[in-house]
Design a protein around this ligand. Structure first.
Ligand SMILES: Nc1nc2c(c(=O)[nH]1)N[C@@H](CN(C=O)c1ccc(C(=O)N[C@@H](CCC(=O)O)C(=O)O)cc1)CN2
Length: 308
C-alpha cells in the first residue's frame, strides 16, 4: 500500500510559514500583505475556491479584497478594475479566478495584471522567467506539487518524470519546475502515443489531464510517486463527489506514494497562493525576509518542506 501524501496536513505547515512571514512583514516593515481576488460570474466551483482562498488568507493574517463581478462584465470594465488594483500600493497580489465567462479574453486579462502582483504566476513575463530558470512568481498548483514531491524524495535529480497534461496552468509550469530540479521530463497529452508505457517507465507521474480515473494501476511502475492534480466533480446517489485523474484505490496498490483527491493538491494550491502573496510583497518593496520566501529561488522554496 502506497504512502499517502496528505495535502491537507502539508498545506497547514506551509500556511504556518506564511503566517510567520506575514508577522515579520508587519513587525519589521508595518506592511499588511493584501490579496485582491476577482471573480466574474457565478460558477459554483469557482465560488467555493474563492471563498476558501479568502478564508485561508484571513487565517494567516493576509488582508483580502473580494471583487465579485457580474457574469456580463465587459473586457473594458475588467481591465479598468485591474488597472486600479495595479496602481493601488496597498494591494500586493491580484488573482482573477479562472475560467472567465466566454465573452472575456483570458490571455489579455492575465497580461494586464502587473507581473509583480501576479500571484498566480500566469503573466507571460513570469512564465518566461520560469522557463529560463529565473526566480519568479510560480503557478500555485505546480509549486504545491513540488512541495509534495520533496516530502517523498530527498533528491529529485535524475528522476524520470512524466507530466500527463499540457495546460498553461499546470502541465507546462510543472514540467519547467521538474526540469529545474534536474528531473528527466516528458510531457504527455491527448495525442501522445503509448502513453501507458511512457508512464510505466516513470519514477514520478503527475496526472493533470482533466479526465476522471484516466491513470490506472497498469500505467504505474511499482514504487513510483503519483501526484493527482485532477478535480472532476461527479454525482453519486444525488451527492456531489470529487475524484481525480487517477484510479486511487487500484493505483495505491502499486505506487510507492500517492496524493488523494480531495485533500491533496487542492489545499496545496491555496497555500502556495498565499506564499506567493508574501513573496509578491518582497518583490514590490525589495525587502527580502530573513530566511523568508523573498530570498529563495523556486526550487529552494519547495525544498523548505522536506521529509519529516
Ligand atoms: N486564477 C486561478 N484560477 C484557477 C486555478 C488557479 O490556480 N488560479 N486553479 C483551479 C481551481 N483552484 C484554484 O483556483 C482550486 C481548485 C481546488 C481546490 C481545492 O482545495 N480543492 C479541494 C476540494 C474542494 C471542493 O470540495 O470543491 C481538494 O482538492 O481537497 C483549490 C483551488 C482553476 N482555476
Amino acid at each position: 500500500m502506497a504512502q499517502l501524501i496528505d495535502g491537507k496536513a502539508l498545506s497547514a505547515q506551509v500556511l504556518q510559514q506564511v503566517a510567520a512571514d506575514v508577522a515579520l512583514l508587519k513587525a519589521d516593515y508595518d506592511i499588511l500583505p493584501t490579496l485582491a481576488v476577482v471573480l466574474v460570474g457565478e460558477d459554483p466551483a469557482s465560488q467555493v475556491y474563492v471563498r476558501n482562498k479568502m478564508k485561508r488568507a484571513s487565517e494567516v493574517g493576509i488582508g483580502s479584497r473580494e471583487h465579485l463581478l457580474d457574469a456580463g462584465t465587459t473586457q473594458d470594465e475588467l481591465a479598468q478594475l485591474i488597472a486600479t488594483l495595479n496602481s493601488d500600493p496597498l494591494v500586493h497580489g491580484i488573482l482573477v479566478q479562472l475560467p472567465l465567462p466566454a465573452q472575456l479574453d483570458e490571455d489579455s486579462v492575465i497580461a494586464s495584471i502587473h507581473p509583480d502582483k501576479d500571484v498566480d504566476g500566469f503573466h507571460p513575463l513570469n512564465v518566461g522567467a520560469l522557463a529560463a530558470g529565473r526566480d519568479t512568481l510560480v503557478p500555485c498548483t505546480p509549486q504545491g506539487c513540488m512541495i509534495m514531491l520533496n516530502q517523498v524524495h530527498s533528491n529529485l535529480s535524475g528522476k524520470n518524470a512524466v507530466v500527463v497534461g499540457r495546460s498553461n496552468i499546470v502541465g507546462k509550469p510543472m514540467a519547467a519546475l521538474l526540469l529545474q530540479a534536474n528531473c528527466t521530463v516528458t510531457i504527455a497529452h491527448s495525442r501522445t502515443q503509448n502513453i501507458e508505457s511512457l508512464c510505466r517507465q516513470a519514477d514520478i507521474v503527475i496526472a493533470a489531464a482533466g479526465r476522471m480515473a484516466l491513470v490506472d494501476a497498469t500505467w504505474i511502475k511499482p514504487g513510483a510517486t503519483v501526484i493527482d492534480v485532477g478535480i472532476n466533480a461527479i454525482e453519486i446517489d444525488g451527492k456531489r463527489k470529487l475524484v481525480g485523474d487517477v484510479a486511487f484505490e487500484a493505483v495505491s496498490q502499486v505506487a510507492g506514494a500517492i496524493s488523494p483527491v480531495p485533500g491533496g493538491v487542492g489545499p496545496m494550491t491555496i497555500a502556495c497562493l498565499l506564499l506567493n502573496t508574501t513573496r509578491a510583497v518582497t518583490r514590490q518593496l525589495a525587502c527580502p525576509l530573513e530566511q523568508g520566501v523573498g530570498a529563495m529561488n523556486t526550487t529552494a522554496r519547495s525544498d523548505r518542506y522536506v521529509r519529516s
